[in-house]
Design a protein around this ligand. Structure first.
Ligand SMILES: [Zn+2]
Length: 191
C-alpha cells in the first residue's frame, strides 16, 4: 500500500506520521524511517513542530535504501520531494523502489511538500500522487491573514520576496525563510 501525506510547510505532516507510527495500528511492526541527507539539521530523527521525534536514517540515494528494508513492514520517507535533488540518474530508481515495496508487501508512507515556492508541483510528488492508494492533504494557517487554508509557500531572501527564477530547492537558513499563504494572500504578494 502506498500512502502520501502532503501539504505545505508547518502543516503537521511529520506530527501526523509520528502519531501514526506510535499508534496501536503499528504495534509489533518492523518500521524504518528515512529522510534525504540534504536535510542535515534533522540529525538522525524526523521532528515535528510539537517537539515529538522519531528515529530516522539519512539517505543520499534511493539505491542505498535496500539493505535497510529487509524484513521491514513499514517504510516511511519524509520530505520525499527532495528526491529530485539527490544524486539519482533519474526518478526511475524511485519508482523501482515503489515496485519493490509493492512486491514485498511493504507499506510505504511518503511525506512531503506538494508545491514549491513558485506554486508548481514537485515532479516526483505529482507522479506519486497518481499511483498512491491513499492521499492525505493537510493545510497550514496562512501567515498573512486568519485563513486556515494556507497552501502556498513564499520564500524570502534577506526579507525580500524571492524571484521565481531562483533555484527551486533551497533550505531555510539565516537569510532564507519561508512563509505559508492562502491562495488569496499568495496572489496579492505575486500580483
Ligand atoms: Zn491569507
Amino acid at each position: 500500500m502506498i500512502t502520501v501525506v502532503t501539504g505545505p510547510m508547518r502543516s503537521g505532516k511529520s506530527e501526523f506520521i509520528i502519531k501514526l507510527l506510535n499508534s496501536n495500528e503499528f504495534d509489533n511492526k518492523n518500521i524504518r524511517v528515512f529522510y534525504p541527507k540534504i536535510m542535515e539539521k534533522e540529525n538522525g530523527f524526523i521532528t515535528s513542530s510539537d517537539g515529538s521525534r522519531y528515529k530516522a536514517i539519512p539517505i543520499s540515494d534511493i539505491i542505498n535504501i535496500y539493505p535497510f528494508v529487509v524484513n521491514t513492514n513499514i517504510v516511511v520517507i519524509d520530505e520525499f520531494q527532495f528526491i529530485d535533488n539527490l544524486n539519482y540518474e533519474s526518478r526511475l530508481d524511485f519508482f523501482n523502489f515503489i515496485e519493490y515495496c509493492i512486491s514485498n508487501d511493504i507499506n510505504l508512507i511518503l511525506s512531503g511538500l506538494d508545491l514549491d515556492f513558485r506554486s508548481q508541483g514537485f515532479e516526483i510528488v505529482k507522479e506519486v500522487l497518481c499511483i498512491a492508494d491513499k492521499v492525505i492533504k493537510l493545510n497550514s494557517n496562512c501567515d498573512y491573514c486568519d485563513s486556515k487554508l494556507g497552501r502556498r509557500c513564499i520564500r524570502y531572501v534577506n526579507n525580500k520576496v524571492a524571484n521565481h527564477n531562483d533555484e527551486v530547492i533551497q533550505m531555510e537558513t539565516e537569510d532564507i525563510k519561508y512563509k505559508t499563504a492562502c491562495v488569496k494572500c499568495y496572489k496579492k504578494i505575486y500580483r
